[in-house]
Design a protein around this ligand. Structure first.
Ligand SMILES: Cc1c[n+]2nc(N)[nH]c2nc1OC(C)C
Length: 322
């Protein structure tokens, strides 16, 4: 027979494993009904043994009591903004500036869809999620930790091994299009407020003072960078770092790739542009990043935007008014 504590640990492991397979590997491993049954069993076990409850138990994802307002968080590393390119020529200029300074036979770029959501910074200490904040002005943001805990795509504890003692992960919290449409259909039927676009939906849901409201409007998350890192080493390139983030339990977009030179960038831009209408989330462009960190260090930043990265935007889509 197992003690309540052992049973709770076993249930948590099964639930977090199912969560990882569903949100990170896109391979649901158990049916939702089974997931809910396990969660209910853990909930009852914790109710009967309150000392078993931990902040990172899956039962805590339903959100705790609301706070009066959001505390301010100073980002250990500023959250950067991105310069924009709107034409192929501007992309060619971006690559030429790097080419002139680095003088390499090949320039490899990490390329990613640019989700139209909310930039967020997540802080993990010894593998546990301890704080999450909005971008704010880049230097300080709002503490939305309680709301972020309700987002199942955000790991409460890291998987695998080899993660640094302190790890900050940056990424985009977004509202999947399916959630956005379902929310608006219900709002129309019940005469509630209709969301203008998924980005507003994500911002509104994340800035709810009551995390239980956030939990009712399921959001998702994609990691796209790391911030402060202490007590550990990262790989030599951004793409290798994203692969580690995925192993540690963070969703990373399957559309990401590594390409060679400006032709590779523009081919990627066209490829994602053609898929734009069938992607399950809103994007407003793609992001090109020089992949190796050594090259990024050599290129540095201008004001608050890196010289080594740029967003190549799509023409604005006329938002379908519901
Ligand atoms: C602001 C931003 C936004 N995005 N979006 C993606 N996919 N990557 C990415 N990188 C960003 O900034 C980097 C400079 C870390």
């Amino acid at each position: 027979a197992t003690t309540p504590a052992e049973r709770a640990i076993e249930l948590r492991r099964q639930l977090e494993d199912a969560n990882y397979r569903y949100h990170v590997l896109d391979e649901p491993s158990i049916p939702d009904a089974e997931y809910d049954r396990l969660l209910r069993e853990l909930d009852e076990l914790e109710a009967a043994n309150p000392d078993l409850v931990t902040a990172d138990s899956p039962t805590q994802r339903v959100g705790n009591a609301p706070s009066s307002k959001f505390a301010e968080v100073r980002h250990a590393l500023p959250m950067l903004s991105l310069g924009n390119a709107f034409t192929d020529e501007e992309v060619q200029d971006f690559v030429r500036r790097i080419d002139e300074r680095l003088e390499r036979p090949h320039l490899y770029f990490s390329v990613e869809p640019k989700l139209d959501g909310l930039a967020i910074s997540l802080r993990y200490e010894d593998g546990r999620f301890v704080q999450g904040a909005t971008r704010g002005d880049g230097a300080t943001g709002e503490d939305v930790t309680a709301n972020l805990r309700t987002i199942k795509a955000i790991p409460l504890t890291l998987r695998g091994s080899g993660w640094p003692r302190v790890l900050e992960v940056r990424g985009e919290v977004y509202m999947p299009l399916a959630t956005f449409h379902a929310y608006n259909e219900r709002a129309l039927k019940e005469g509630g407020k209709v969301l203008a676009n998924p980005r507003n939906g994500a911002a509104g849901s994340l800035r709810q003072l009551d995390p239980r409201m956030t939990a009712q409007r399921p959001l998702s998350f994609y990691a796209y960078a790391v911030g402060a890192v202490e007590g550990g080493e990262l790989p030599a390139s951004h793409s290798q770092t994203l692969a580690r983030l995925r192993e540690w339990g963070f969703p990373v977009s399957a559309e990401n790739d590594v390409v060679d030179g400006v032709d590779g960038l523009l081919a990627y831009y066209r490829r994602i542009g053609e898929k734009r209408d069938v992607l399950p989330f809103d994007i407003d462009g793609v992001v090109y990043k020089l992949d190796d960190y050594e090259g990024q260090r050599e290129m540095g930043f201008v004001s608050r935007a890196p010289r080594w990265a740029i967003a190549h935007k799509f023409p604005a889509q006329e938002q379908m008014t519901v």
